[in-house]
Design a protein around this ligand. Structure first.
Ligand SMILES: [Zn+2]
Ligand SMILES: [Zn+2]
Length: 244
């Protein structure tokens, strides 16, 4: 467990630093040479704040643990008999045992090796926001810096010497490109499941459907009402009322 905990702590330090460094490269360098508008700067600030908030919300929202199931009122008798063979707690539908965390968690999606945490009913929304908002930051960075990226690529072939500022911009845009591709790839797997109210585990192992009737209702069950869907505000209470 200490190894998992250490990896989680390192991720908590590394990710915010990585995003702050990226944001600072863009803001400082582009603001310094005046190639970015005031509104674009404000938007960069907004993106950075919301990304860091989404990350910490995902990281510090604990899962509903199996032992808490005792409090759930809507389980029928048959379901109450299900016991996890690994931790010996009751395991109603949509609870899954995570071997890395060594506990059963509600609506487990997967144990994320990049963020070093379990994605479950409590933090799934924040995890999705941590894909959607960095994707926007990546698009915004590429939009502003595609020429610097091109110059960096070109310099490899022409042996042109770039200034430190140009090199940093090229690095920032390369970083944005990698993060953008990774976020798109993960969203390609996540969004169809979000629209079906299904987790990755349920997609691969179960035949049960938890579809609420329409993709809008399915999305809202994870993201909350449309007004707060794309902001890192909790929807756990209303969701648990609905499903448990
Ligand atoms: Zn278990
Ligand atoms: Zn886990």
């Amino acid at each position: 467990m200490w190894l998992e905990r250490t990896k989680w702590v390192l991720a908590n330090i590394g990710w915010p630093i990585a995003f702050t460094f990226w944001y600072q490269i863009i803001v400082v360098l582009y603001a310094a040479d005046g190639t970015i508008s005031q509104w674009a700067l404000y938007y960069f600030h907004f993106l950075w704040i919301i990304i860091v908030c989404s990350y910490f919300s995902a990281s510090f929202t604990p899962p509903t643990k199996c032992r808490d199931v005792e409090k759930v009122e809507h389980c029928d008798k048959e379901i109450k008999e299900d016991v996890c063979q690994l931790c010996n707690y009751r395991k109603p539908p949509r609870w899954h045992h995570c071997r890395r965390c060594n506990l059963c968690v509600h609506r487990m999606d997967h144990h994320c090796p990049i963020l070093q945490l379990c994605i479950h009913s409590g933090n799934h929304k924040y995890f999705l926001l941590f894909l959607v908002w960095p994707l926007q930051l990546a698009i915004f960075t590429i939009w502003h810096g595609y020429y610097d990226f091109w110059k960096t690529i070109r310099s490899v072939y022409t042996a042109e010497i770039l200034s430190t500022s140009e090199q940093l911009k090229g690095t920032g845009v390369s970083n944005a490109l990698m993060v953008g591709i990774a976020a798109l790839y993960l969203l390609k797997n996540q969004l169809p499941n979000l629209m079906r109210n299904q987790t990755l585990i349920e997609e691969s192992r179960e035949n049960t459907s938890y579809n609420l009737g329409s993709w809008q209702e399915n999305v809202k069950s994870v993201m909350g009402a449309w007004t707060i869907a794309w902001l890192p505000f909790s929807v756990t209470k209303s969701r648990e009322k609905k499903f448990e």
